[in-house]
Structure formats: C-alpha cells, structure tokens
Design a protein around this ligand. Structure first.
Ligand SMILES: *Cc1c(COP(=O)(O)O)cnc(C)c1O
Length: 369
C-alpha cells in the first residue's frame, strides 16, 4: 500500500531511542551473550530495513524474523548478519533459505529428512523445542535425540542452534516459567551433537530471568522501548524509551449545540454545547473501533474520541476552539503529558505489541535522529 504522505497523520520513529534500548540490553546481557534483534512484522511496524541498518551500525549479532519473505527483504537490502526465521517454513522453501544463507527453525525429523534431499548448499537449522508453549517444536527427548543423530549424518544441515520459547516470562508468578526452564534444561542435556547457539530468552526473559541458560537473546519488544509486561509492569532493570509516536492534526472544528449526534449509529449525542474536532485517522489506519471513548492529547489536554471511529476519520471533543492543523497525539509525548501504547492497549483490552502491529502502512513513517 502507498503511504498517504499528503495527509497530516504520521508515525515518527526515534532512531536514538532504538539505539539506546539496544545498548542498554547489550550492557545488561554481558559480553558472553549474543543478541539477535527481532524485526519480524516489519520490526513491530518500525520498518525492518531501517531498524536492521541502525543495529548493523551497532554491531548486533543477527536478526530474527517470522517468515522467509521477511528474511529475504533484509537480504535484498544488503543485510549480511545471520538471520533466523522463527516460524516454520514449508520444506519446499528449504533450498531458497539455504541459497540466501537464512537460518530456519525446525520442529520435526521429517522436515529435516526432506530438506536433506533437496538442499544443494548448507542449510543452517535451529531445532525448536516445545517446553510448554504448545506452538512448535520437539516435545519428546527421544524424538529430539533421533533428529540430532540424523543431523550428525548430514553435512548439508548445519546444527546452528537449539531453542525454546517461554509462555509466561513476563508474568509475576514464576511457576510455569520454572517448569518450562526445567524441561528445556532436561531436553538440551547430553545430546549427541552440540549446537553453536542455545537460546530461550525473549525480551521478558532477558529483563527478569537473567540466569536462564543460553548464549543468545532474541530481543523484540524491549528494543522498541515497550515493557513486555505492559502497564501491569514489573520493575525494569533499566528504563525503556518508546521509539514510536503517532500523531495527526485537527482538520475540521465546530461548536455543536446540545442534542447533536456524532458519527455512524448516532451513538454519541452532545449534552450541552460542545466543540468537536475531526481528525484524519480511522480504523483502516489501525485505530480500532473499540478505541471509541479513549483519549488523545490536544494542547496537553486529554480529549475523548466521541462517536464511532470511522474507517478514515474520527471525532474528538476538545475544551476550546483550536486552529486547523493543531497537533493531535495518539501515542507519544505532548507538553508534559505522555500517552503510551500501553494506555491504548489497556483501553482496547490488548497488549502494546498488538497496538503497534495494527498500525497500517497507509500511515507514512518519518525517522528522526
Ligand atoms: C516474537 C518472538 C520473540 C520476541 O519476543 P519479545 O517479547 O518481543 O521480545 C522471541 N522469540 C520468539 C520465538 C518469538 O516468536
């Protein structure tokens, strides 16, 4: 989709915030751990190629993505670091991954056996272990050992890594995390081959479970400056700097008498004379209809969205007349006030990750610093 660059709705990304978040994670991790920046879903909508280039300058060790196409996008842009696809790829795509030096997650022996027949160049694999996420990977030690024995006989398949993923690393209660950790330790013990990279840490694990085993961190949400635990947050070992802000402008403003309805369904009716401003952002931009009633910042005031959010526009109630072009902040800072993605997430009963991922390519991105 072409971004609508002539409309005053923009996402601004602060490169310094990304650098700072990465360097803080780097310092906390210590020199013996590698960091792979997770840039899946277009770097949580921050722009995968730009984010990868910034981190390349800071000598990041590699990148994680979700699909082979996301990996190819980085290769096409000239990114030469290791790239790991975290999701399973169809085995027919194994040669494509090998040709482009893209590492892949593998969760069963059959996949390895089929790939071994078809690849003409070495393919780097990371065995996924399902220790309690119930998503992908080997669950049984016997099946894992069998896969390792097969890898041992296949010079074209390089055992680059072995990993798992935690379901509750961001939660206050530790029990399920400890169960998964114990299962991971049991599974990786005494295998017939060794893996260059052993990894289990997402952002939450890197922040709150630093003793977790492994030599590699998959840093996602923390890189973008958001707390993996959201606003129900646990104490952070360093402060995170949100990199993304979302702003628009007032494009129409009027005073309405009492008794006038606003937007589809006429669900909101003015109770008194009210000043209503229109903002060119809607659910097609990722600001979902369920955000009706949530607040945005105008001139440092929190102003509610009134009436249903339309596809491309929404209306807000403001305390006084403002000139057309007045800034409206959905995510970010204005005067001394901050609206974080967590505020939106709590209102929309979701998580900050989803608020970012919902943002549409229709909104142009502007990079600063
Ligand atoms: C998305 C993902 C991550 C990154 O998680 P964050 O919580 O954003 O740090 C790490 N590992 C896997 C397997 C993932 O799918």
């Amino acid at each position: 989709m072409q971004p609508s660059i002539h409309r005053p709705t923009v996402i601004q990304i602060d490169r310094d915030a990304l650098r700072n978040n990465y360097l803080q994670a780097r310092q906390l991790a210590g020199s013996e751990k590698r960091i792979f920046a997770v840039v899946k879903a277009d770097a949580y909508h921050h722009g995968a190629v730009v984010v990868a280039q910034i981190l390349h300058e800071l000598q990041v060790d590699g990148f994680c993505v979700a699909t082979i196409d996301e990996a190819l996008e980085l290769r096409t842009a000239g990114i030469t670091e290791q790239i790991l696809v975290l999701g399973l790829i169809p085995v027919q795509q194994a040669p494509l991954a090998a040709q482009n030096d893209i590492s892949v997650a593998v969760g069963d022996l059959t996949w390895l056996q089929t790939a071994a027949f078809t690849v003409r160049s070495p393919l780097k694999v990371h065995l996924a272990l399902d220790t309690g996420m119930g998503r992908i990977g080997f669950r049984e030690k016997s099946a894992l050992v069998e896969a390792c024995q097969f890898l041992k006989t296949q010079p074209q398949l390089i055992p680059e890594g072995i990993f798992t993923h935690f379901a509750t690393a961001d939660e206050l209660s530790d029990d399920y995390f400890q169960q998964q950790l114990a299962q991971f330790e049991f599974l990786i013990q005494d295998l017939p081959i060794t893996f260059e990279n052993v990894h289990c840490a997402n952002s939450a694990t890197s922040l709150w479970h630093r003793q977790a085993p492994g030599n590699l961190i998959r840093l996602g949400i923390g890189l973008y400056g958001l707390n993996p635990a959201g606003s129900h947050s646990k104490q952070l070992p360093y402060s995170l700097q949100p990199a993304l802000s979302l702003t628009s402008q007032i494009v129409a403003i009027k005073q309405l008498p009492a008794g006038q309805s606003i937007s589809y369904g006429a669900t909101y009716t003015t109770e008194q004379p009210e000043i209503i401003a229109t903002v060119p952002l809607g659910y097609a931009d990722g600001w979902q209809r369920r955000m009706t009633g949530s607040k945005v910042l105008v001139d440092g005031h929190l102003c509610p969205i009134v009436g249903r959010i339309c596809m491309d526009q929404l209306m807000i109630k403001v305390p006084k007349f403002y000139p057309l072009g007045t800034l409206v902040t959905f995510i970010g800072q204005q005067n001394q006030q901050t609206l974080s993605a967590d505020v939106a997430a709590d209102y929309g009963q979701t998580i900050n990750y989803e608020i970012l991922c919902n943002l549409s390519d229709r909104i142009p991105r502007k990079y600063i610093n």
